[in-house]
Design a protein around this ligand. Structure first.
Ligand SMILES: [Cu+2]
Length: 295
C-alpha cells in the first residue's frame, strides 16, 4: 500500500476518542486497513452470490454534505388506488445523483468503488415494489426475497433527476409498498458523508384494486425476474470475469488477468479451473434473450 492511502482512523477502536459512549460497540481495528479481511472467504468477485460473500473493494469517493442524495416518489403517491392489471409509471425525482450509469450487474456487482462526477455520486436507482399482505400497515417486515416488481433504472431520465419505470401489465389487487434503492454505478447502496441526515431513498404505500392483473413479469416469480436471477446465478457458476461473446457463448476472462503480483501460489490452479469453465461455457448458449436489467 502507498503510505498516503493508509487510513489511520482504522487503527482506533473508538473507546477513548471524542464522542465515546458507555453503550457503544468498539470498532474492529486494522493497521493494514483490512486489506486481508476477506482472505480465506468466498470473495464477492463482482458476482451476486446468494450464499453471501466477502467484498474487499474500497467504498470509494464520498460527496460533500452539500451534495447528498435525496429522493421523492411522484408516482404512485401515498394512499393512491390503482386499477389491477393496468400499466402505471413509477416516477421518482432525485437530487444529486448523476443517473444513468449502470454496470454489468451479473459480473461487476460491487466490484468498483463509488465514484463522483462534479462532486455528485455517479449511479442509478432501483424501484422495488412489495406486497404487504392484508394491510398497508403490517407489523411483520416483508420478506425481501419476495417482490411484486423490480427494475434497475439504467437511463438518465429527463436529465434533471426525474427517473421513471413502467410497470407493464400492472399488479394484481393488494396492498403495496414502492421504494427506491439509490446506488452507485456498481449497485452498492450510496455512501453519504455524515450520519445525521435525511434518507437518500423514498417509499410510498398504495393499493391496487379490481379483478385481473397477474403476477408481473418483473416479480421475483415472474418470467423476467426468474430469468434475471438465473443469469446472475450462471455468472456465479462461471466465476469472476465471466463474459458472453457476440455469439452468445460465455467465456471467462479472469484467466487472462496476470496474477504475478499475488503470492498465494494458487494462480496456476485457478487458471486451470478457469480453462475448464471456458470449455463448459462455450457449449452453453445465452438462454435468456434480451438482456434484463437485474440490479
Ligand atoms: Cu443496480
Amino acid at each position: 500500500m502507498i503510505a498516503a492511502a493508509v487510513a489511520k482512523g482504522s487503527f482506533f477502536d473508538g473507546s477513548d476518542g471524542l464522542g465515546t459512549q458507555d453503550t457503544q460497540a468498539n470498532s474492529a481495528t486494522s493497521e493494514e486497513n483490512f486489506i486481508n479481511f476477506c482472505s480465506g472467504k468466498t470473495l464477492t468477485n463482482g458476482l451476486q452470490n446468494t450464499d453471501g460473500s466477502c467484498n474487499g473493494i474500497p467504498m470509494g469517493n464520498i460527496p460533500a454534505k452539500s451534495a447528498m442524495i435525496s429522493s421523492i416518489l411522484l408516482n404512485p403517491q401515498a394512499g393512491d388506488t390503482i386499477t389491477a392489471g393496468t400499466d402505471f409509471d413509477v416516477q421518482v425525482q432525485t437530487s444529486n445523483l448523476v443517473a444513468g450509469s449502470f454496470t454489468n450487474a451479473d459480473t461487476t456487482y460491487y466490484s468498483a468503488p463509488q465514484d463522483l462526477q462534479d462532486g455528485k455520486v455517479i449511479g442509478h436507482t432501483h424501484i422495488t415494489v412489495q406486497d404487504l399482505g392484508d394491510s398497508l400497515n403490517p407489523t411483520t417486515p416483508p420478506d425481501p426475497t419476495q417482490f411484486a416488481f423490480f427494475k434497475g433504472i439504467n437511463d438518465a431520465g429527463d436529465g434533471n433527476g426525474l427517473l421513471s419505470a413502467i410497470v407493464s401489465g400492472g399488479l394484481p389487487a393488494g396492498n403495496y409498498r414502492v421504494c427506491t434503492m439509490n446506488s452507485a454505478a456498481n449497485h452498492q447502496p450510496v455512501i453519504m458523508p455524515v450520519a445525521q441526515r435525511g434518507s437518500q431513498d423514498d417509499c410510498n404505500k398504495f393499493t391496487v384494486e379490481g379483478d385481473g392483473g397477474e403476477t408481473n413479469a418483473a416479480a421475483n416469480n415472474g418470467a423476467d425476474g426468474e430469468a434475471a436471477a438465473n443469469t446472475a446465478a450462471e455468472a456465479v457458476n462461471d466465476g469472476p470475469g465471466a463474459i458472453v461473446d457476440d455469439n452468445g457463448n460465455a467465456s471467462n476472462s479472469s484467466s487472462t488477468i496476470s496474477s504475478s503480483s499475488f503470492d498465494d501460489g494458487q494462480d496456476q490452479q485457478q487458471q486451470e479451473e478457469d480453462k475448464n469453465k471456458n470449455s463448459r461455457n462455450k457449449r452453453r448458449n445465452l438462454r435468456f434473450g434480451e438482456r434484463i436489467f437485474v440490479a
